[in-house]
Design a binder for this molecule. Structure first.
Ligand SMILES: Cc1cc2nc3c(=O)[nH]c(=O)nc-3n(C[C@H](O)[C@H](O)[C@H](O)COP(=O)(O)OP(=O)(O)OC[C@H]3O[C@@H](n4cnc5c(N)ncnc54)[C@H](O)[C@@H]3O)c2cc1C
Length: 443
């Protein structure tokens, strides 16, 4: 598999990964490759949620001329292969971490932005009439150890005061009775505003919306060279060139090692993998008692996440391999199967129908940035740390605002500084191996 830490860019024409989501699509849009020299106001690199949402908002709201180029096809990156959890959050900072870092008022402002990000996905689905199997059911975060309970309860109380009934703490018996019956679970916090989607259908919907608004989207056109001459950026692809006043980097976890110095060493690609089971039978469904559409995640350092899909399969995800070349090794699939069986003992030895992986983007200080480099016409949004479906949709809108109407941005930390560089960058993977070893012992 492509490895952003060692490869310059994803090779084109790879086709979508053999995910469960790809198996649900009857007809993919015909990929159109860039084969000309083209001038535009704004070039966007990457056709995932970030790039397509930015393209849609720039074209529809601000009347900008926009070109999007992707190394493969729209939604080929994380946006077409994630778990489809539409969640109020991004990054890895808890509410408590944010309060300590920025104070209570800003932390709540950030959480407000998270709630808004869910609304922004709902809005896109509604405006674009995107048939993406939107499934209400809510999201539950489960304490995997007794020691995790009090922090969850505290978080629920705070959010409850601010956001009302939509966030609540549940003790373990309530969870088992009304939500799901899993092993090693000590209570949880439930968000009823969250919902599930088919992420690839959502990405293809954003693609249609961006094109209908007037943006041009080119597939199989990786940017292989980037030159800046005065205020003009020249992006070279294998068969074409884009000349733009402004460029948005929307490559997140798929950002290759040489794309641009602006993002160099400021993010760390980490692999997340998913297995999907065959549809559960009635006995299996009764024994796990998982409510329709429910999505769950635990409090482990290396989290497991899972949901009941509309056709009664279980999707189960967690950490993947460290290097791209090891993505498809049986040991990675086995680790997830072990996690699935430990969480739902009733599903021991169930058949697995799909297994795939993707790259999320971790940052040094655990939260993303939506950043504009002063006087350079370069903008980026990245570093969602594994939780970016909803946030990247809103980030696309915020990028458009930041270019066309910066004074309209709320006062939040996301756009107040660039992503910090990782110190000892070349040792990141050694550090990740050590982290996984410690995490597996602690879990
Ligand atoms: C297994 C997995 C499960 C996940 N589950 C969830 C979830 O349930 N909920 C959630 O909130 N988040 C989840 N995420 C994270 C979420 O999917 C991402 O945060 C989000 O999709 C990021 O969107 P994006 O548009 O920024 O990037 P991407 O969708 O990754 O798009 C980046 C694009 O950039 C392109 N690109 C890279 N380099 C170049 C180049 N040189 N030239 C041209 N194009 C280039 C790539 O081809 C790619 O299509 C998950 C991620 C993974 C991997």
């Amino acid at each position: 598999m492509y490895d952003p830490l060692t490869d310059s860019h994803p090779e084109p024409k790879q086709g979508y990964p053999a995910s469960y989501w790809a198996s649900t699509i009857d007809t993919f849009p015909t990929p159109i490759e860039l084969k000309q020299h083209i001038k535009t106001d704004i070039a966007i690199i990457g056709a995932g949620y970030t790039g397509l949402s930015a393209a849609y908002h720039l074209a529809s709201r601000y009347g900008k001329d926009v070109i999007v180029v992707d190394a493969n096809q729209p939604g080929w990156g994380c946006s077409g292969r994630n778990a489809g959890f539409v969640l109020p959050g991004t990054g890895r900072l808890s509410l408590l971490d944010m309060e300590q870092k920025w104070g209570q008022e800003t932390a709540m402002g950030v959480f407000n932005e998270y709630m808004l990000s869910i609304k922004s996905v709902e809005e896109m689905i509604s405006i674009g009439q995107i048939a993406c199997d939107k499934t209400p059911g809510g999201y539950i975060k489960l304490a995997h150890r007794r020691a995790k309970v009090s922090a969850l309860r505290d978080q629920a109380e705070k959010l409850n005061k601010r956001f009302g009934e939509s966030v609540r703490y549940l003790h373990s018996k309530q969870v088992a009775r009304d939500f799901m019956n899993s092993a090693n679970m000590y209570g949880g916090i439930y968000f009823d505003k969250c919902f599930g989607v088919n992420p690839l259908k959502l990405a293809l919907g954003y693609h249609r919306m961006a094109e209908s608004a007037g943006a041009k989207v080119f597939s199989n056109s990786p940017v292989t060279k980037w030159q800046q001459v005065g205020n003009v950026h020249e992006l070279t692809t294998p068969q074409g060139q884009v000349e733009a006043q402004q460029v948005i980097i929307a490559t997140n976890g798929y950002t290759g090692k040489d794309l641009h110095e602006t993002v160099d060493q400021r993010h760390f690609p980490v692999m997340s993998s998913i297995i999907v089971t065959r549809p559960l039978n009635e006995n299996e469904l009764a024994s796990i008692n998982m409510q329709e559409g429910l999505m769950g995640m635990d409090t482990r350092r290396m989290k497991y996440y899972y949901r009941l899909l509309p056709d009664n399969r279980i999707l189960f995800g967690g950490r993947g391999a460290i290097k791209g070349k090891n993505a498809n090794k049986a040991s990675n699939q086995k680790r997830l199967i072990d996690g699935l069986e430990a969480t739902f003992p009733a599903l021991k030895q169930i058949d697995i129908s799909h297994f795939w992986s993707g790259w999320v983007s971790a940052t040094f200080d655990n939260y993303p940035r939506i950043h504009s480099v002063e006087n350079q016409g370069i903008h980026y949004s990245m570093g969602y740390c594994g939780s970016g479906l909803a946030f990247s949709t809103l980030a696309g809108q915020r990028l458009a605002q930041s270019i066309c109407q910066p004074e309209s941005l709320p006062d939040l930390p996301f756009w107040q500084s660039p992503l910090p560089k990782f110190p000892f960058s070349s040792l990141k993977r050694v550090g990740l191996s050590a982290y996984y070893a410690v995490a597996s012992v602690r879990n």
